[in-house]
Design a protein around this ligand. Structure first.
Ligand code: GLN
Length: 555
C-alpha cells in the first residue's frame, strides 16, 4: 500500500520546497524504499508549456513528452524513479478534466462543486501519479503542493490532501510544512511568529504537520525550537532546521542528521534499513575539491533569470564534477552580441548556445556560432543552438546568403530550418505556413531515438543510438541537407522513424569540437553519471584551455 508525504509551504515562496521534497525522497530511497514525487501547481494554465521562461523558469520535459514544472528536474536529479506526465498537474488540468466529465454527463445531473468534485478529482490525480493500487505502485509518494498556505488558489489542494489522508486511515500519510524563520538583524534575533501563524492557518484547515522544516540563514537554536514546538503542536524533534547551504547536495545530509527520515518512517510505520548517504557525501566532496576551472560562455536570451536554464546549469556542473573542474558560466545576452563585439568570446574555453524561441537575439547567436567555428573554439548548440549553427553554416560556408529559419523569416528564400509542413515536398516547393496550429499541439516532445553515423564525433560520444528528449517545432529542412553536406557539414544522426536531423557537426579535422543537437540532453543529466555529451563538452573546453593557456591549465 502506497504511503504519502504531503509537503506544504508557508510564509513566503521560493524557500526551496522542491529541493526539500526531493531531498526527503532521496533519503527514503537510500533506505531501500521505492519512492516517487508529485508536484501540484495551483495555477490555471493547463501546463507550463506556454508560460514565459522569464516568469516561470525552465519548462522541464519528461520522457513521455510532458511539459512540466522545473521542480520535476530536481526530482529526476535526486532520485532514481523517472518522472511521467502524471507526476505534475495543475489546477487547470483538474478543472479541464472535471468540465469534460460534466459535459459528458458523468455527474448524472448533480450540481458540480469544488467540494466534492474538484477535491475528488485532485485525489484521483494524486493516486494516479503514485500508480496507487497498480503493480507499479511506489512505497512512498511525496506530494509537493505549490504555493503558500493561505493562498486562495491552493485551498482545494489542501482540502483534497486532508481528505485523502483521512480516507487512507491512520499512519498512511504524513505532513511536512516548510516555513521561514527570519533573522532580524536590528534585534539580533530569529523570529518565530511567522511560523506560528502559518501553522495556525494550516491547522484551521484541519492539517496538523508532523514536521516543520524551518528555513533560516542558520540553524535554529534549541530554545527557539522548543518555542516553535509549543506554539505549533509539533513535537520538538519534528522542528527541523533547514539552514542556507552552499550546494543543494548538502540538503539530504542536513535533514537526515536531524532525523527527518526517521520521523517519517516512524509515522508511516515503515521498517527499513538505515539511510546511506555516501553518494551524497562523495558528491559534496567532489564539488568542494575541483582541480581547476573552465570558463563557458552561454549565449542566450533568458539570461536575467538563471532558473530559465536550470537543467542546463546543473548538467554543466555535473560534467564539471566528472572532469574534476569547476565550471564558471558567463551568461551573455545574445541581443547585445554583434560582429563588432563578438571577439569578447575569445577569452572563453567553450561556447554554448542553448534552446530558445522567437526572433529576438537570434542574430547574436548566429554570430556566436560563426565565431566558434572560425576560431576553433568548442561549440555546443542545443535545439535552437543547433538551428543557428546550421543557418550560420549555410550562410557563410554553403553560399546560401539569405538562409534562415521560417520561425524568424517566414518568407525567406532559403529556409534551411522550417516546419515539416513547410518542407514536406520532395521537389522543394514550399507549402503555406501552418497558421492554424494549436499552441502546444505541434511540438515534437519527449524521448525519441536516432541512429548515429559511425566515425563521427557524435558516435564517439553516444555510440550507435542516441535517445534524448525534444521540445521544438522547427526542423532542419531535408531539401537543403545535400547542399550542406557537400559544403562540409556532417549530419551525424537521424531519427529512426522519420529521418529528421538530430545532430550536426563539423569534421574533426576541420574543427576540434563543434556539435549541434536538435534535442535537449540537459534533461537527462544526473549528478552521479553526468551526461556523455556534457562530459565531452567540458573535456573539450579543458583541452582548449590546455592548448591556449597551458599555464592556467597546468596550475
Ligand atoms: N524555436 C525552435 C523550435 O521551435 C527551437 C526550440 C528550442 O530551442 N527548444 O524549433
Amino acid at each position: 500500500m502506497t504511503k504519502f508525504v504531503f509537503v506544504t509551504g508557508g510564509v513566503v515562496s521560493s524557500l526551496g520546497k522542491g529541493i526539500a521534497s526531493a531531498s526527503l525522497a532521496a533519503i527514503l530511497e537510500s533506505r531501500g524504499l521505492k519512492v516517487t514525487l508529485i508536484k501540484l501547481d495551483p495555477y490555471l494554465n493547463v501546463d507550463p508549456g506556454t508560460m514565459s521562461p522569464f516568469q516561470h523558469g525552465e519548462v522541464f520535459v519528461t520522457n513521455d513528452g510532458a511539459e512540466t514544472d522545473l521542480d520535476l528536474g530536481h526530482y529526476e536529479r535526486f532520485i532514481e524513479t523517472r518522472m511521467k506526465k502524471a507526476n505534475n498537474f495543475t489546477t487547470g488540468q483538474i478543472y479541464k478534466s472535471v468540465l469534460e466529465k460534466e459535459r459528458r454527463g458523468d455527474y448524472l445531473g448533480k450540481t458540480v462543486q469544488v467540494i466534492p468534485h474538484v477535491t475528488n478529482e485532485i485525489q484521483d490525480f494524486i493516486k494516479r501519479g503514485a500508480d496507487f493500487g497498480t503493480p507499479e505502485a511506489v512505497d512512498v509518494a511525496i506530494v509537493e503542493i505549490g504555493g503558500t498556505v493561505g493562498d486562495i488558489e491552493s485551498l482545494p489542494f489542501l482540502e483534497a490532501v486532508r481528505q485523502l489522508s483521512l480516507r487512507l486511515g491512520p499512519n498512511q500519510a504524513a505532513f511536512v510544512h516548510l516555513t521561514y524563520v527570519p533573522w532580524i538583524a536590528a534585534a539580533g534575533e530569529l523570529k518565530t511568529k511567522p511560523t506560528q501563524h502559518t501553522v495556525q492557518k494550516l491547522r484551521e484547515i484541519g492539517i496538523q504537520p508532523d514536521a516543520l522544516l524551518c528555513r533560516a540563514d542558520r540553524y535554529i537554536p534549541d530554545d527557539e525550537r522548543e518555542k516553535i514546538s509549543l506554539f505549533t503542536n509539533v513535537a520538538q524533534w519534528g522542528v527541523i532546521s533547514m539552514p542556507d547551504v552552499d550546494t543543494i547536495y548538502k540538503v539530504p545530509r542536513v535533514l537526515h542528521e536531524q532525523g527527518l527520515d526517521g520521523l517519517i518512517c516512524d509515522k508511516l510505520r515503515l521498517n527499513t534499513p538505515p539511510a546511506n548517504l555516501k553518494r551524497w557525501d562523495d558528491l559534496v566532496f567532489e564539488t568542494e575539491h575541483p582541480k581547476g576551472d573552465v570558463a563557458i560562455a552561454m549565449v542566450g536570451k533568458y539570461v536575467e533569470l538563471s532558473d530559465s536554464y536550470k537543467s542546463l546549469n546543473e548538467a554543466l556542473r555535473h560534467a564539471g564534477m566528472k572532469n574534476h573542474v569547476h565550471v564558471n558560466i558567463s551568461y551573455i545576452d545574445s541581443e547585445t552580441l554583434s560582429p563588432d563585439n563578438v571577439a569578447q568570446l575569445a577569452k572563453f574555453d567553450a561556447i554554448l548556445v542553448p534552446g530558445g524561441f522567437g526572433v529576438r537575439g537570434v542574430e547574436g547567436k548566429i554570430c556566436a556560432a560563426r565565431f566558434a567555428r572560425e576560431n576553433k573554439i568548442p561549440y555546443l548548440g542545443i535545439c535552437l543552438g543547433m538551428q543557428v549553427a546550421t543557418i550560420e553554416f549555410a550562410r557563410h560556408v554553403a553560399g546560401l546568403k539569405d538562409a534562415n529559419s521560417t520561425e524568424f523569416a517566414p518568407d525567406c528564400p532559403n529556409p534551411v530550418i522550417a516546419l515539416i509542413t513547410e518542407w514536406k515536398d520532395a521537389d522543394g516547393s514550399i507549402k503555406l505556413r501552418n497558421e492554424d496550429s494549436d499552441l502546444g499541439g505541434t511540438m515534437r516532445l519527449g524521448a525519441q531515438s536516432s541512429d548515429v553515423v559511425k566515425g563521427t564525433l557524435a558516435h564517439k560520444i553516444y555510440g550507435n543510438v542516441v535517445t534524448e528528449r525534444h521540445r521544438h517545432r522547427f526542423e532542419a529542412n531535408v531539401n537543403y541537407l545535400e547542399t550542406l553536406r557537400q559544403a562540409g557539414l556532417v549530419i551525424s544522426a537521424l531519427t529512426q522513424r522519420e529521418h529528421l536531423t538530430e545532430i550536426v557537426e563539423l569534421p574533426q579535422d576541420v574543427h576540434p569540437w563543434f556539435i549541434g543537437v536538435q534535442f535537449h540532453p540537459e534533461f537527462k543529466s544526473t549528478p552521479w553519471a553526468g551526461h556523455p555529451l556534457f562530459n565531452a563538452f567540458i573535456r573539450a573546453a579543458l583541452d582548449q584551455q590546455i592548448a591556449t593557456t597551458p599555464e592556467k591549465a597546468l596550475a
